[in-house]
Design a protein around this ligand. Structure first.
Ligand SMILES: [Zn+2]
Length: 79
């Protein structure tokens, strides 16, 4: 039986912690902001300016956003 859909790899907060090296409020807020942003954007294209704006607000949150955006956009032809 074949499954044709590729379910997006769910990025958990633990994935972000693993990538970031530690857990902190910045990472948590970045994770939540990125998750909300990706959902709002309908996922796939993290090239929205809002994401960039979020990145500038919190250094730690950037890592969370990278994990989420990178994982989600990694399978999309991004150029
Ligand atoms: Zn941190």
């Amino acid at each position: 039986m074949h499954t044709h859909h590729h379910a997006p790899h769910p990025v958990t907060f633990e994935d972000c912690i693993r990538f970031h090296g530690h857990t902190c409020p910045g990472l948590a807020s970045g994770y939540r902001a990125a998750t909300a942003a990706m959902e709002a954007l309908g996922v796939t294209r993290p090239e929205d300016e809002d994401l960039v704006a979020i990145c500038e607000t919190d250094a730690c949150g950037v890592d969370a956003i990278q994990v989420i955006a990178g994982t989600t956009a990694g399978k999309v032809q991004h150029r």
